[in-house]
Design a protein around this ligand. Structure first.
Ligand code: MLT
Length: 411
C-alpha cells in the first residue's frame, strides 16, 4: 500500500474556514429561519465592476474566434498584464520592476504555499502568531516541523507573537532564521507595518541572509499616506524579499482567481555546495513545470482593473468596504469593546467581551446574534481571547450586526 504524507497528520485541526462553515451549517440546519450575517471568512460580496466585467466578456468573445483564440498562455502570465501592473501599481511607488520578475498566478494563497518548493527543508522559518493559517500549515505539510505542543506551536517553526503589548508588531526572532513571513496590512489583526518597521526588517534580513516572504494581498486597503504598499519601497528589499499580491480582495476576484508574485532578479540563495543561485530562476522553473498559467479572459479582466475607468470603479468598492470597517470599529468601540485594525485593512481585531475564549464568543455570537466571525485562536495561540470581523459584507447587514452586538454587549 502506498505511504501517505504523514506530515498532514500533524495538523491539529481542519483548516479554519471549513470548520467555521461546518458550525454555521449545523446552526442553520437547526435554525432554518435564522438570517445569518456572515463576517467570517474575508470573502468579497460586491460584484465585479463594469469595466472589469466588460474586459472579461471581451476576453471570452476572443476565445470564440479563430483569429483571436488563445490556447496555452505563458506560464508566467501575459507580459501585457505584468507591464500594466508594473506601470500602474509599482511605478507610482517608485519601484522599478521587469516583467520577468512578475509572475501572474491563480492567487496568493496558492503562491504563498507553492513558494516552499524552492526552499530547502533545512531552512528555519519564522511566522507571526496570530497568522494567516496557510503559512503555518503548509510548512507543517512539507515536513518542516515536528508535532504541535499543547499550546499549538509546532516544533521546529519559530513563532513571533503579535500581541497588544507589542502593538501587533512582531519582534525579531531570537534565533537565526532563513525565511520570515510578514503580512501587511495584516491578516488577521488588521494592523500595518510602518515604513520604519519595514526598513528594520529589510535591514535585519540583509544582515542575517534571510528571505522575507511579504504578503501584500491587502495593500489596496491602506488609507494612511506613509504606510508602505510594497516591500520594494524599502531600499535593499529586492535582495531579500519576495512579494505576493492578489486581485481577490482588491477587485473582487475571490471567485475569479488571479494574483501575482514578484521574485526580483537580485534575490539569491545558496546551493548545497555554497554557490549563489537565483530564486527567480527557480520560481520560473517551478511555474513552467507545475503551472499552466491563468486563463486568458481572467488576465484580460485583471488588466482592466488598472485602466483609468476600472481603477475608479474598483476604488469605490474598496471605499465601500472600508466604510463598513469604520462602522464596525466605531460601533464596537462605542459598545466598550476594544478594537484594533480596520483603518488600513478590511479586518477588525477585537478583544472578546467578558474574557470569553475565541470559540465561546464565536458560538455565542452565532447563536444569540446570528453573526459569524472568525475566532482569533484559529490564527494561532496568541489569538486566543480575540476575534476577527471582516468588513467585506453588505453595508446594511454590517450595520445590523453591529447593532446586535451593541445591544448584547454594549455598556
Ligand atoms: C481570510 O478570511 O483570512 C481570507 O479570506 C482567506 C484567504 O484569503 O485565503
Amino acid at each position: 500500500m502506498a505511504r501517505i504524507n504523514d506530515n498532514y497528520l500533524k495538523l491539529q485541526a481542519g483548516y479554519l474556514f471549513p470548520e467555521i462553515s461546518r458550525r454555521v451549517t449545523e446552526f442553520t440546519t437547526a435554525n432554518p429561519d435564522a438570517k445569518v450575517i456572515r463576517l467570517g471568512i474575508g470573502d468579497v460580496t460586491r460584484p465585479l465592476v463594469p469595466a472589469v466585467l466588460a474586459a472579461f466578456h471581451a476576453g471570452v468573445d476572443d476565445m470564440a474566434k479563430g483569429e483571436s483564440f488563445h490556447g496555452y498562455g505563458p506560464e508566467q502570465g501575459y507580459s501585457w498584464l505584468s507591464q500594466v501592473i508594473i506601470d500602474k501599481a509599482y511605478k507610482p511607488l517608485g519601484v522599478e520592476l521587469k516583467t520577468s520578475e512578475v509572475f501572474i498566478s491563480d492567487g496568493s494563497k496558492c503562491d504563498s504555499s507553492n513558494i516552499l518548493d524552492i526552499f530547502d527543508l533545512s531552512n528555519k522559518v519564522a511566522i507571526g502568531d496570530p497568522v494567516y493559517p496557510v503559512y503555518n500549515d503548509t510548512n507543517v505539510m512539507v515536513g518542516r516541523s515536528g508535532a504541535a505542543n499543547e499550546q499549538g506551536y509546532y516544533e521546529g517553526l519559530v513563532y513571533m507573537p503579535c500581541t497588544e503589548e507589542n502593538d501587533f508588531a512582531p519582534a525579531f526572532p531570537s534565533e537565526k532564521v532563513d525565511v520570515i513571513y510578514l503580512c501587511s496590512p495584516n491578516n488577521p489583526t488588521g494592523t500595518v507595518t510602518s515604513r520604519e518597521q519595514l526598513k528594520a526588517w529589510v535591514d535585519y534580513a540583509l544582515e542575517n541572509d534571510a528571505v522575507i516572504l511579504f504578503d501584500a494581498a491587502y495593500e489596496a486597503f491602506i488609507t494612511e499616506a506613509d504606510i508602505p504598499r510594497s516591500i520594494y519601497e524599502i531600499e535593499g528589499a529586492k535582495q531579500c524579499a519576495i512579494e505576493f499580491r492578489s486581485f481577490s480582495k482588491t477587485a473582487g476576484f475571490t471567485g475569479v482567481r488571479c494574483g501575482l508574485t514578484v521574485v526580483p532578479h537580485e534575490l539569491m540563495g545558496t546551493t548545497a555546495t555554497g554557490e549563489k543561485y537565483s530564486f527567480n530562476k527557480l520560481w520560473n522553473r517551478r511555474q513552467c513545470t507545475k503551472f499552466n498559467g491563468v486563463s486568458y479572459p481572467v488576465q484580460k479582466a485583471a488588466a482592466a482593473v488598472y485602466s483609468d475607468e476600472g481603477w475608479a470603479q474598483v476604488k469605490e468598492v474598496i471605499d465601500y468596504y472600508m466604510e463598513n470597517a469604520r462602522i464596525i470599529r466605531e460601533g464596537l468601540t462605542e459598545a466598550g469593546i476594544q478594537c484594533f485594525g480596520g483603518v488600513n485593512a478590511p479586518y477588525i481585531w477585537l478583544r472578546t467581551p467578558e474574557g470569553m475564549t475565541s470559540w465561546d464568543f464565536f458560538d455565542k455570537l452565532l447563536n444569540e446574534c446570528h453573526v459569524v466571525g472568525t475566532p482569533g485562536s484559529g490564527f494561532g495561540p496568541s489569538g486566543e481571547g480575540y476575534f476577527r470581523l471582516s468588513a467585506f459584507g453588505d453595508k446594511e447587514k454590517v450595520v445590523e450586526a453591529v447593532g446586535k452586538i451593541k445591544q448584547k454587549w454594549g455598556k
